[in-house]
Write a protein that binds this ligand. Sequence first.
Ligand SMILES: Nc1ncnc2c1ncn2[C@@H]1O[C@H](COP(=O)(O)OP(=O)(O)OP(=O)(O)O)[C@@H](O)[C@H]1O
Ligand SMILES: [Mg+2]
Length: 316
Amino acid sequence: MSSGPWVEKYRPQKLEEIVGQQHIVKRLEKYVLQESMPNLMFTGSAGVGKTTTSLALVKSILGENWRANFLELNASDARGIDTVRNQIKDFCRLKPVGTPFRIIFLDEVDNMTKDAQHALRREMEMYSKTTSFILSCNYSSKIIDPIQSRCAIFRFAPIKGQDVVNRLIYIADSEHIKYEESAIDSIVYFAEGDMRKAINILQASASMDEEVNDENIYDVISKAKPQDISKMVTKAISGDFIGARELLREVMVLQGISGEDMVNQIYQDVTKRIMDETMSGDVYMELIGLIAETDFRIREGSNPRIQLEALLAQFL
Ligand SMILES: Nc1ncnc2c1ncn2[C@@H]1O[C@H](COP(=O)(O)OP(=O)(O)OP(=O)(O)O)[C@@H](O)[C@H]1O
Ligand SMILES: [Mg+2]
């Protein structure tokens, strides 16, 4: 097993290696064939391949001279937006070297103020002959219309569960680590389509033990095991308050799960019961009111353990 972050080691270098996002890759490959591209905007949630795709595109479209003709900036640079704009200006003043145009990749554009976005728009106009922009953001709705209308917009979807499973297995095999299949499924469940998160959980749990299993995954993500929560809820509903309380203590004190996570997971467990039809609608309605109340009190700052015990006591 090698050291160094796997998210970097297994970052796809070529467009055809990118997992999912096929419709996007297809459109981008056309730009590569035409050796030209408009300004682009990549939007979508975290860890779905926006930065990765930009880098792969830049390498294919600019070829071996890509480094000299590419600038990567983060709009929420701690040194301020003026530094970012000065870097853009300095870069754009130079002519492309051995390529038809140059590319600026600007990350986290949704963190720019409206004023800064208007200034950026003017720069995009001014240097449009020699420089194409790739703008990346989580929410396109936070970007002013004049910028949106100057870009071809690409919406990145969360990565499909099966695609994440396949990628994790590929990485695990390449690193020669053993894993339980159910553990891979748990990672995919908690990663919610975020490939970066999935790979990071895999690496962290692989470093804890010889084998990636459910036990070390729940340690890594510091969530309670769904089975433990389920047992606790069952005990509370069936009147075994002492048993439920003991499980609560175990999960919160020994495993260090936060009160807010506990309420959330109890909510998920109860919801699953109504979906599986193992709980009646009447009971559900009553419990959900109690859960909401507990959630509110914990957020307001009440002692989470007392609130959760009180919740379990009312479950009967
Ligand atoms: N579509 C994908 N195919 C394969 N690996 C991916 C994909 N998306 C993300 N990854 C993995 O996750 C890491 C992070 O992805 P990337 O930096 O592209 O995310 P991002 O969409 O730019 O996220 P953010 O919004 O946080 O900037 C990559 O280095 C890679 O290992
Ligand atoms: Mg990114």
